[in-house]
Ligand binder design. Structure first.
Ligand SMILES: Cc1cc2nc3c(=O)[nH]c(=O)nc-3n(C[C@H](O)[C@H](O)[C@H](O)COP(=O)(O)OP(=O)(O)OC[C@H]3O[C@@H](n4cnc5c(N)ncnc54)[C@H](O)[C@@H]3O)c2cc1C
Length: 261
């Protein structure tokens, strides 16, 4: 259940063991929030190309079985037989215990750029922290190990050294391995435009650059390990989108220039 990164990694592992696998996704297109609609569809084609059945727009109403799971029932009443069900439908920050504390909770504990949560001596780090990331000038919450570790260290330093406060700014980064391919993403996937600067989204390798206004805001790669960190650096340096595309032209001769929106 769920065609996000958890569901996809589990499906990939199941297929590697030769097991018949179905991924059910409630939304019409997977991964819209994390990589945008076009490239979400491109990545999801890895499922069908590797023998996993992907059914989008199919919400699960119930898990069926007596002593053990026997299937899942969809909202249209149909039942898909299954002897193992993995639920990978996302997480919500656990903040109910903060109700009435006076701290601001809004999809996470709201913090400033120093990870201070609005009351003396209260800082936040990790999945629960919604903090102001100065690099993108917006409030964000990141569910990745690296951010949790870095935020923990920064929040602790700021807590013990209030005379030397330093903001926590980062270009969010994650990777995920599906069917022997490596997916890597850095930045934010708000899309004013996407340009494929290397490879082909229908194939086994591509590099896509995301534009927000006139700035490079994100990079998505499929089997593009040697590319992703250089673009992450360009994002951190607030590089203009056209400069990033020009950079791609000099460093990725195999590019195909495909632009959307
Ligand atoms: C299945 C899965 C796979 C993932 N894979 C990846 C991956 O490949 N790469 C990646 O970067 N990230 C991955 N993540 C995300 C990553 O696990 C989180 O970003 C990271 O664990 C966040 O660390 P954290 O310390 O904020 O929260 P957690 O690791 O969730 O730790 C929070 C702890 O606080 C405890 N707790 C909650 N409320 C209270 C309370 N009131 N009092 C005391 N304790 C409390 C919880 O029980 C928990 O032990 C994955 C997450 C999941 C669920």
């Amino acid at each position: 259940m769920g065609a996000g990164f958890i569901g996809a990694e589990v499906a990939s592992a199941a297929r590697r063991r030769g097991l018949p696998t179905t991924v059910l996704e409630a939304l019409p297109t997977p991964l819209v929030r994390s990589v945008g609609p076009d490239l979400g569809a491109a990545l999801s084609s890895l499922h069908t190309r590797n023998g996993t059945v992907l059914r989008c727009g199919e919400a699960v109403a119930a898990v069926e079985g007596t002593d053990r799971v026997e299937g899942v029932r969809l909202t249209d009443g149909s039942v898909i037989g299954a002897d193992l069900v993995v639920v990978g439908i996302g997480a919500v920050p656990r903040t109910d215990w903060l109700a009435g504390s006076g701290l601001l909770v809004d999809d996470g504990l709201v913090c400033d750029e120093f990870l201070r949560a609005g009351a003396p001596g209260v800082h936040a780090a990790g999945d629960v922290a919604r903090w102001h990331n100065l690099l993108f000038d917006r409030s964000m919450r990141v569910e990745h190990w690296s951010a949790a570790a870095e935020q923990g260290a920064r929040a602790a330093r700021n807590a013990v050294s209030p005379e030397d406060l330093r903001p926590y700014s980062t270009v969010p980064y994650f990777w995920s391995d599906w069917y022997g391919s490596r997916i890597q993403f850095a930045g934010v996937a708000t899309v004013d435009g996407v340009e494929i600067v290397s490879g082909d989204p229908a194939g086994d390798h591509f590099v896509a650059l995301y534009r927000e206004g006139d700035r490079l805001s994100g990079v998505l790669t499929l089997n593009g390990q040697r590319h992703v960190m250089k673009y992450r650096r360009l994002i951190a340096e607030r590089t203009r989108f056209d400069e990033a595309v020009a950079f791609a032209r000099t460093s990725a001769p195999e590019r195909s220039a495909t632009a959307t929106s």
